[in-house]
Design a protein around this ligand. Sequence first.
Ligand code: TYD
Ligand code: MG
Length: 460
Amino acid sequence: MPKLKLQYVCENCGSAQPKWMGRCPDCGEWNTLVEKQVVVETPAQRQARSAMPVEAGAAAQPVTAISADGFDRIPVGGSELSRVLGGGIVPGSGVLVSGDPGIGKSTLLLELAATIARTHGRVLYVSAEESARQIKLRANRLNIHEPELYVLAEIHLERILEHIAQLQPRLIVVDSIQAIYSDASPSAAGSVTQVRDCAAQLLRLAKSDNIPLFLVGHVTKEGAIAGPRVLEHMVDTVLYLEGERFQAYRLLRSVKNRFGSTDEVGVFEMAEAGLREVANPSEAFLAERLPNAAGSAIAVTLEGTRPLLVEVQALTSTTSFPQPRRTANGVDFNRLLLLTAVLSKRVGFRLSDQDVFVNVVGGLRISEPAADLAVAVAIASSIKNEPVPADLAVVGEVGLSGELRSVSQLPRRLNEAAKLGFRRCLVPQSRRQTIVPPEGMEVLGARTLRQALEIALGGK
Ligand code: TYD
Ligand code: MG
């Protein structure tokens, strides 16, 4: 917090002195210095304040008197991106889009830029990493031919600001903020201070001129040097684009949003001509599923507010190593170890001589414990070589005593499962009594993992 300090301020000219004097050294008047408490800021505090979207010296006012006008969101065309943003772009907001190299950030933003150029007018796409020709090639590939979409290949912030002033765009995209440098910042190009200073200047402009700004930020392996972490505090919204590079699906996740809910996801597919929205992701994730194959279970997980049905596959085979191997793809490795321990200790499976491989189909990563039951059922199904019925979905967290623990938002999950044609869903017993099953669905309850496996695998 800024500190208060006692100073002597001249009533005539306003100059401040550290100690009392009979005559003001600035204007020469006598007896004009009066004692005052003034706010002193360190340079770091001044820097932080200059990045804030508030007017300096604003008065406190009752919340009822504050106007929320100017928040009419700009529609972005597709429903996936729109949901992740909380219903469109808020004018003057700063959005950081980050993700691994080659995941599709530039593609996503070029498509967005083209949409806004078509519907709302001029958009400036600043490319600091690729030449204008490279952007043109990408635009051709995406079939973008918008005359109002301006491309500027530039890394010098002051020149970028000049172009913005000239073009007066309705949206600015900067790809990427790490590659921009400013003369005003004393530190080396590419350093954290440079990145922060450049972002602060651009964000200030976005706020003052009410132009939405999208910044691309890299995640470095270490996550530290010039990583988007420092930027996350400065922007209004942070989106992560993720997915397996060699799989088609991309998840756009909002991890911070001052204008909407966080943990929303949009699902896209990287196709020949850009990112295609996947309107029904559950259906897509289950499309290649082999019914009645052992070692597969359907989990109903929740990504933000959105239920997703995903296939969890497991394969167990007798190990040829002294230490059996465990491989987790799409689920947390430690979670897998925990589940194999519960399966051996509480259910009695012999896993000490078995390699266990677990994979979530579609390159998806599940972080929710609600998928525990599906992982455990898939492993058990593989060991017994017994398929899980094709119309059964499972959901529940597995505790260390082998008990099934309840999960959040069960009705939502059940509705999604019912929508995709699942007739039965296995849930923790504690929730079964209180739940009203959707039309055409039978809800089965189990208190423990052992009971759940009896129901899912027919007790064989
Ligand atoms: P890109 O948007 O350049 O990724 P980022 O900006 O995150 O580094 O795109 C990355 C990959 O996407 C690239 O390897 C090629 C692929 N791609 C497609 O498959 N289809 C397309 O239409 C485009 C433009 C790219
Ligand atoms: Mg790029």
